[in-house]
Design a protein around this ligand. Structure first.
Ligand code: HPA
Length: 235
């Protein structure tokens, strides 16, 4: 039975789903890396497909931008399609001088400026984290490919165009590596539903230096990250 936002039949989504924000990126991954990919969703143009990679069944689907969007898709995939693990493959803005465009960041934890966690009714602040088996596997897969990933905290922000253009500096002072817009909701959904999740990010720009990746670099670094994600997904 289809859910409000995913038009797939039960059993058509693999246990492991790779999720870029952009549905066109999801289609690129399916067409480039999956054998016999079958599309399972096109509701709202949010491409999702399942195929095999190196003999392992694998799905890829876009998640859109921001926590409300990834919150909906990850919840429906975990809860209604029995997805066991979601690996987000995205981009981020670096807020530390030693984190540069092209670098790979693995989000060990996800702070947030969003109200997402208020729904749990806790007093205090929840600390969303990556699943250790996925994080560990990603570090090893990255190093095996000669990459030196930064592993640490990211900020999952509701705000891309911040009213206070210097607000990121206060997160940087706490050692946060980079800003993206989804990790806290994905990690919380996985935790609440007893599933696994990991956020892998290529640095697309630096708020410290103002430098951004070229279009060519975007493609190369995306390819490097996909290969790490595929290795993790293959187990
Ligand atoms: N902020 C939030 N998300 C991002 C950024 C940023 O600066 N760069 C890439 N994704």
């Amino acid at each position: 039975m289809a859910t409000p936002h995913i038009g797939a039949e039960p059993g058509t989504v693999a246990e492991t789903v790779l999720m870029p924000g952009d549905p066109l990126r999801a289609r690129f991954v399916a067409e480039t890396y999956l054998t016999d990919a079958v599309v399972f969703n096109d509701v709202r143009g949010m491409y999702g497909a399942t195929g095999t990679h190196d003999g392992a069944r694998l799905s890829v689907m876009g998640h859109g931008m921001g926590m409300p969007s990834i919150g909906i898709y990850s919840h429906e995939l975990f809860r209604f399609y029995d997805v066991a693990r979601i690996i987000r493959i995205g981009s981020c803005g670096a807020i530390q001088p030693h984190v540069a465009p092209r670098d790979l960041v693995l989000a060990m934890s996800a702070s947030t400026d969003s109200n997402w966690h208020h729904q749990y009714g806790i007093t205090g602040h929840y600390a969303p984290t990556a699943s250790w088996p996925l994080l560990h596997a990603a570090v090893q897969a990255a190093q095996a490919r000669g990459l030196a990933p930064h592993v640490g905290g990211v900020l999952a922000s509701d705000v891309f165009y911040h009213h206070d253009e210097q607000a990121w500096r206060r997160w940087a002072a706490l050692g946060v590596l980079a800003i993206e817009m989804e990790a806290a909701a994905l990690y919380a959904n996985a935790a609440v539903l007893g599933r696994e999740s990991l956020v892998m990010l290529t640095v697309s720009d630096s708020l410290v230096t103002g430098h951004a990746m070229s279009a060519a670099d975007r493609q190369t670094t995306f390819t490097d990250m996909i290969e790490v994600a595929l290795a993790v997904a293959a187990g």
